[in-house]
Design a protein around this ligand. Structure first.
Ligand SMILES: CC(C)(COP(=O)(O)OP(=O)(O)OC[C@H]1O[C@@H](n2cnc3c(N)ncnc32)[C@H](O)[C@@H]1OP(=O)(O)O)[C@@H](O)C(=O)NCCC(=O)NCCS
Length: 335
């Protein structure tokens, strides 16, 4: 059952588009239950990778319908040879041999990613049984950044107890971004927010507000803010309503009175709905504090900046998290 109202809203938005999402971890009963719910709610077409007999047996025991569901065992797939060739051609210049491509294509995360690259699926959700690196690496290698040279990153949607939404980035992928990468993360977050029908007000976070602190980490955020502002002035973005400012502390970003006092000339200070962190430590710790002490619902990490959506689950994931991540993946795959 889907309990969260926020999630129900995402599912309703995804439903008319009926995207095809591949779930590579058919050995995990949480993934099978999530697939059953998605199939029952009919908001996406689900492809499960795994042992067909085992999956059908589990569905039979639970009394779940298999109608509308596709199960593929990579080893027996008629498309395996095509995917091996595709992987080999994409990676041979990086030193991949045909034998290595054969072995890699049988790995469910590579197989699922190759399905997307071939147009056989719109997105993938994995990670219930794999590390972030193992889930994300095939996507970085095969699907690649939508903008050449721009860092792929991730975001969390945090929903406060009053129902306010905040986008937090990057909490999961780029470990220690340089100024250019932090600017990339901010601009990609702006694009994501527009895709999710939000008006971006982006705060570039630091322990310093408008020059109150000094040091290399502050200088990085100041430089990242400059680069991001220049990127947003380009033809691609200049007609979009995107506000971005920094460097600023989290209280200056979020609290109107503090924002006015510490950064009066900023249109973002006190009104931010996106928080860009200076590194993954700050981002990861920040979102978990908001979730555990702040009582926010957390959705993510959701990858952004890829040519097609691939998303990572935590290994402690719950069935409802998987359903929600699939709904977000569907929304990201709408062109
Ligand atoms: C994302 C991550 C897995 C990539 O690391 P990796 O597998 O060692 O990546 P590599 O450096 O070997 O790069 C593999 C490919 O991905 C590309 N790549 C790596 N990071 C990238 C990024 N952020 N954006 C775009 N491309 C990227 C590389 O350019 C390389 O491409 P190529 O092989 O075609 O030249 C790594 O940054 C990571 O582990 N991040 C932290 C994940 C984590 O633990 N998060 C916390 C859990 S919530």
């Amino acid at each position: 059952m889907i309990k969260s109202n926020y999630l129900k809203g995402l599912v309703a938005k995804a439903k008319p588009h009926y995207k095809t999402i591949v779930l590579p971890e058919g050995e995990d009963i949480r993934v099978l239950e999530a697939a059953h719910i998605i199939n029952r709610e009919k908001f996406a077409k689900v492809i499960i990778l795994g042992d067909e007999m085992e999956i059908k047996k589990h569905y039979g025991e639970k009394g779940w319908s298999l109608d509308g569901l596709t199960i593929i065992n990579p080893e027996k797939s008629e498309k395996l040879e095509k995917y091996i060739e595709l992987l080999y051609n994409l990676r041979k210049d990086k030193g991949m041999t045909l034998e290595q491509a054969r072995e890699a294509a049988l790995n469910p995360n590579y197989f699922g990613t190759l399905m997307i690259k071939s147009g056989d699926a719109d997105g993938m959700v994995s990670g219930a049984n794999h590390s972030t690196a193992d889930t994300v690496r095939p996507a970085l290698q095969i699907i690649k950044s939508v903008k050449a040279g721009r860092a792929v990153s991730s975001f969390f949607i945090m929903v406060s107890s009053e129902g306010k939404e905040y986008f937090l980035s990057d909490c999961a992928i780029v470990v220690d971004p340089n100024a250019q990468e932090m600017a990339d993360i901010a601009v990609t977050t702006a694009e994501t927010m527009i895709q999710f029908a939000h008006k971006p007000k982006i705060a570039m976070l630091s322990f310093s507000t408008a020059g109150s602190g000094k040091g290399p980490s502050v200088e990085k955020v100041v430089e990242a803010t400059k680069i991001a502002k220049a990127m947003l002035e380009s033809d691609e973005y200049k007609n979009q309503e995107i506000y971005l400012d920094g460097e600023m502390q989290a209280d200056a970003a979020l609290d109107e009175a503090v924002g006015k006092k510490k950064f009066p000339e900023s249109k973002v200070a006190g009104h931010a709905n996106a928080l860009i962190f200076p590194n993954i430590d700050a981002g990861n710790i920040g979102y978990k504090l908001l979730q555990r002490i702040g009582g926010c619902e957390a959705y993510g990490p959701i990858l952004q900046g890829l040519n097609a959506p691939v998303n990572d689950l935590s290994r402690g994931t719950l069935v409802e998290d998987i359903v929600g991540t699939v709904a977000i993946t569907c929304l990201q795959s709408i062109k």
